[in-house]
Design a protein around this ligand. Structure first.
Ligand SMILES: Nc1ncnc2c1ncn2[C@@H]1O[C@H](COP(=O)(O)OP(=O)(O)OP(=O)(O)O)[C@@H](O)[C@H]1O
Length: 377
């Protein structure tokens, strides 16, 4: 007996015949502008009901990636699959309107001359009653049922954004692409709308790819973060893992303020005034950066010219002088000029802690929260 020939539009590599392929898969996408790869070998998989955030600085290629998936930009190489079916490579291309992909952009334009109901119904097929039922269902979900017959100019920015979300979800897209969808909203509105949007997206079971340059937004929204830099995915994983096990120095500083100490490897160890750090696999003489976040610096008082005793978790204490201290609302930020080489280190402390400038204090660093990277690597 011979087996049926493989479907040429189905990618290989799924472990068993009944294993469900990802809702969206992109493989090795590349796009060149003026000879420069602005998207460079990007591969991602997103399941139904999963929110993936493509996070990175301005110009790193996030929107171009999204535009290729939407079908409004063509890749120079690579493939895009939906539920295991090829929808686009360099020869075959399903047109954008047949991809069943919902889109929301920062400048989501509602049609000003159409009512809220007609905006939401815009991409819907079916009878008038069916359309009306779906419109009502979605407007209730975004808590705007009472505005069904209003016009966009009668709504606030946040309400308009929720209508845009309802419109994008109305045709039950299998995939939702969102490009900085909340950046036009003011801070107070944003958190609430993000949470509502997330709940609704989960309920509708779409695979979501959300583009943002704000780490906080990605941490808040994502099941998985793909960190992008200069056209490439440099790290991918659950928000906790990306935050606590950053791939390189730039990945640490993308999420938060950082402190950096410079050292040189000797016998797989890097010596610092805070004690020695493991530098496995790095040859002697390699310059390294020991990177840590201000919230992992501990502050202790001076005891007649001495600091706290060394411990396994916090290492050795180093002496510094308070430069300035500021209250930031939830925490205080204190800057120290360190005795050992005059560098400035930052520490954050919960609540209010505002020591006067010139005061001598001792700092230790949570050793398990320090990262050792080759300098410039
Ligand atoms: N049509 C185009 N022609 C030439 N260069 C382009 C074109 N579209 C994008 N680029 C360039 O490609 C790079 C990536 O752009 P892209 O918009 O994808 O970045 P991004 O990460 O989404 O940035 P932002 O967060 O600022 O929107 C940028 O340097 C941009 O100038």
């Amino acid at each position: 007996m011979t087996s049926a020939p493989a479907d040429p539009q189905t990618p290989s590599g799924y472990p068993t015949a009944d294993a469900r392929p990802p809702r969206l898969e992109i493989r090795n996408l590349r796009r060149f502008f003026d000879g420069r790869a602005v998207v460079d070998d990007v591969s991602l998989q997103i399941e139904a009901g999963q929110v993936m955030c493509l996070l990175g600085p301005s110009g790193c290629g996030k929107s171009t990636t999204l535009r290729m998936i939407a079908g409004v930009e063509m890749q120079d190489s690579g493939e895009i699959y939906v539920d295991g079916k090829l929808i686009c490579d360099t020869v075959f291309r399903v047109p954008p309107e047949r991809r069943e992909i919902g889109l929301i952009f920062q400048d989501f334009a509602l049609f000003p001359h159409l009512s809220v109901a007609d905006n939401v119904a815009f991409g819907l097929k079916g009878s008038k009653d069916e359309k009306r039922a779906r419109v009502q269902e979605l407007l209730s979900k975004v808590s705007l049922a009472q505005y069904i017959d209003e016009f966009p100019h009668q709504l606030s920015g946040g309400e308009q954004q929720r209508v845009a979300l309802a419109r994008a979800l109305a045709p039950k897209p299998r995939i939702m692409l969102m490009d900085e969808p909340f950046s036009g909203l003011d801070n107070r509105l944003r958190d609430g709308i993000r949470d509502e949007t997330l709940a609704l997206l989960k309920e509708e079971d779409a695979a979501v790819l959300l583009v943002t340059h704000e780490p906080e937004e990605a941490m808040r929204m994502a099941d998985e973060i793909a960190l992008m830099r200069a056209g490439k995915i440099v790290q991918q994983g659950a928000p906790y893992n990306v935050y606590t096990r950053p791939a390189d120095r730039a990945a640490v500083s993308f999420f938060s303020d950082t402190n950096v100490l410079r050292s040189e490897v000797n016998g797989a160890l890097a010596q610092t005034p805070f004690g020695q750090f493991l530098a496995p696999g790095l040859p002697d003489g390699t310059e390294v950066d020991i990177v840590f976040r201000p919230q992992h610096v501990k502050i202790d008082f001076d005891r007649n010219g001495r600091g706290p005793n060394p411990t396994a978790t916090d290492g050795v204490a180093a002496r510094g002088v308070v430069q300035r201290a500021r209250f930031l609302g939830n925490e205080s930020l204190v800057e120290f000029r360190m005795d050992f080489d005059g560098c400035v280190l930052k520490a954050t402390v919960p609540n209010v802690f505002l020591p006067e400038a010139g005061r001598v204090m001792w700092l230790t660093v949570r050793r398990d929260r320090c990262f050792v990277f080759p300098t410039g690597g």
